[in-house]
Ligand binder design. Sequence first.
Ligand code: FAD
Length: 396
Amino acid sequence: HAGHVIVVGGGFGGATAAKYIKRGNPKIDVTLIEPNSTFYTCPFSNLVLAGERSLDSIGHNYDELKNVFGVKVIHAFAEDIDGVAHKVTLSTGEVLSYDRLLLSPGIDMRWNAIEGYDQAASEKAPHAWKAGNQTLLLRKQLEEMEDGGTFVMSVPADPFRCPPGPYERASLVAHYLKHHKPRSKILILDSKDSFSKQGLFTNAWKEIYGDMIEWVGVSGDGRVVRVDADKREVETEFGTLHSASALNIIPPQKAGFIADRAGVTNESGWVPVNPNTFESQQVADIYVVGDATIAAPMPKSGFAANTQGKVAAAAIVASLAGITAPDPYWANTCYSLVNPDYGISVAGVYKVEDNQIITVPGSGGLSAADASSEIRQAEAAYAVGWYEAITQDTWG
Ligand code: FAD
């Protein structure tokens, strides 16, 4: 018996870890707990929103993990975790024992952090920050929007899932509106004063969309404090009311609830980990990867979750074999599409120094500010290549 590993969450981090534990040592029994039989990726969901892709085209299943790698997949929720007894309780009532546990539960929304924005309100003012039904709800509002209407988006302060994601979304919504409802506007109400790839985005917006997109930072009264989802109205910190034809609220976030149940979160709502292995700092034999973790300067991205899943898988395989884990390195690239033929990116390579994750000096960087349209087009093609490669690596 080489050991039993339970993986909770079949998204970017969890599916990758389950596969790479099996690749590292096929004798280890791996059980993946994931409620959904199809996983819809947030990456490229902004293209679905813009009508440039089908939801089906961003759906992935667990057949390869099961049939090729021998991962046992159980479609249920993990409801409770006893880190001392090494047990996981499922929504089916079943209780499973583990030698090592890996959690990659992603994010939960902080309901009511913005007054009036709870789960029920998210059916009327979708966050679309988990892909699937939420994406379709927001798509429907865009389709029903009149020409000349305003698409209002509320963006949280750091840290949150996918730092450039809101601005890619604004871009691709603008692409849709430019072609279908050209008199419309996009208003981004932001709870911070600067954002990822800001210069690249704002220059491209001006060049491609004129004055269609307006961005308001926190100093300009951009922080949304109250939402009336029925009226599609928001109120900002200093009392300004904005009405929307389509309303997208991206609320503040925290680690998925199961991390709390396992006792691995701290007062921030996120999970501190040992950077060498991504084992919890608080509970032994529980490893956590992906958006749920505190891993800055790595962003909360699918690419980061994938590479963290591989590092944690190697650490788990080593620990079950009684050997030391290899020294980790991680990589990340976040591509954003300003339109389907215009890509920009930010990349980084990371390592551990003095027990901290740091950016390898001289690695990575941003797309050039003055790149030619051929290069923007090439980056858009790289984004598609990246999507194909990472989803293949993660789900097969
Ligand atoms: P997830 O991928 O969300 O997986 C979590 C899984 O855990 C889910 O399947 C969930 O069902 C399951 N789960 C949760 N709780 C339980 C439980 N109790 N029991 C069992 N299962 C559970 N990243 C990029 O790298 N590139 C991009 O271009 C990009 N674009 C994005 C665009 C948008 C609009 C958004 C919102 C995000 C984007 N991201 C992108 C970020 C990316 O989606 C996340 O960083 C990534 O999904 C994180 O992986 P994860 O494994 O932590 O969580």
